[in-house]
Design a protein around this ligand. Sequence first.
Ligand code: F6R
Length: 639
Amino acid sequence: MALKATQSEKTMYERIPSVIVGSPSEGAIAVAHEIADLIKQRQSEGRNAVLGLATGSSPVRVYDELIRMHRQEGLSFKNVVTFNLDEYYPMPPDSVHSYVNFMHEQLFRHVDIPAENIHIPDGTLDQSDVFEFCANYERKIEEAGGLDIQILGIGRTGHIGFNEPGSIRDSITRMVTLDIITRRDASATFFGLNNVPRRAITMGVSTILRARRILLMAWGDSKAPIIQKTIEGPVNDQIPATFLQEHKNTLFILDDGAASHLTRNRLPWLVGSHEWDDFNTRKAVVWLCQKTGKAVLKLTDEDYNENGLGELVTEHGPAYNINIKIFNQLQHTITGWPGGKPNADDSNRPERQSPFPKRVIIFSPHPDDDVISMGGTFIRLVDQSHEVHVAYQTSGNIAVFDEDALRFADFISDYAEIFDVSDESLLNLYNTFKKAAEAKAEAGVDAPEIRAMKGLIRRGEAKAGCRSVGIPDEQIHFLNMPFYETGKVKKDPVGPADIKIVEDIIRQIKPHQIYAAGDLADPHGTHKVCLEAIFAAVQNLKNEDFMKDCWVWLYRGAWHEWDIEEIEMAVPISPEELIRKRTAIFKHQSQKDNVMFQGTDKREFWERAEDRNRNTARLYDELGLAEYEAMEAFVRWHF
Ligand code: F6R
């Protein structure tokens, strides 16, 4: 696929050309091919290709594809000169966190680029030498002939390189202070915010804008708000990426998630004629209610006409008919019987009444997603006599602090001493762990026994959560999917062993309902991989007899919620159930108060869950439906 912007009336709000690709891999491969074409063209002319490179998660697949082309197609990097955008400061090059290390691991050591052609800002300089170094960096870029292609990711602050809010258009390579959001986003990789450097050396905005071609990649829902502001908002130094609007040869490569807030996707009726199927109509009506502050049944023809929905009301109106239809659709998503209501007419209910009781598997990517994301529904399913199993997909071990592992080791050592357990390894466990934890700084990853202990801590919490909801231990399953067990924040991609584990548990339980986390904005991608494994397993099993009776429901977790128009089942939670849900979440003590992977949201997980569930109930209420304390929401996946 060649990279070409799609431009039409649909993009009338957009000030930077973009292309929306089917998947991050597809986009990254296309970027790699554009780079490879340049390299080859320059080879034929006997010239160098000068590349501006980025680190971070966005370009990783680009580097994979370049390596593949080097190995399989003989693409040579002998004529390639590279300049990296940035480096943390201070930062030794051999640290696992350095961008020098990143670039060598992800690209350079796998290809034939001459070492002297590689340039990365130096994180080891004396502060007094930084200014001179930066001026030199700019000079070297010019001497190399300027950047032919600069590839970029975008931070949620709107940074490009490490040009944080406040960076001016004329900024050049320099030392900067990192924004707190950027540092929080990086805190996972550094095992805690305090370890993230406060400063960095970065190319400036003007350095980037001098590149002849700029390709910015953004993947996933979490980038959607900043992408919308960058492409459609005014140019301003509070979002440095907006300066790219002034560059004449920039292309954004986005997946559906990152593009989802663009006007053409969010409010498509504002950019031209539109197909008014049920989903689009629901989306428009919900938006209109929110815009006018009215309930569905109170909307008038004028409301539709005055807010860009004249086409809808002309084709399918009057307003009264549209309102009734959408009101009923929304009403029919609400059920207090997530497993189906036995012996009741189910023609307008989200779930079938039979079979009853149902066998249910709740897949939980981490050991607490079940209760955080769908604790209320979990409680109802159990109370309503369904056979509920929970399958914890990963151990969640990297999210446990060292001090917690040490506390448990100490407990075991004390227990062994007091109760005369003469096993030396138990008696010394605390000291062994303490030494191993100290050695971690160098190794960058936990020793296997500490990882195992951390996994056990989370396992105990998960069991306590399930017991508080009321399921027996034999219905609690720990899958420990191997893709997760790298000991690092970066996980392996899903593999056949992961899929097989998921398949086996589905085959064993033969569920009538599967609940899975469709929570794709999880910052570390674990939920996404867990979902891919479930999708693949279900596809492999779909011709089995028992699967004909199986429905798959997707929930969303700690990070975001379905939009109202997407929801196919909304399960009310009473005030008492909300407290029971909170109690179950509280069992996850290692994830309370001060968590390893907080993200930018300062609220604890139980607070986020309650706020989100209350918000869904409030939105239903404002649309004119019944007023509940809280609600959990689900979308059905038809396989
Ligand atoms: C990386 C860089 C940053 C990242 C941005 C997005 O060298 O300068 O601007 O491109 O923070 O990071 P990811 O791709 O990890 O989302």
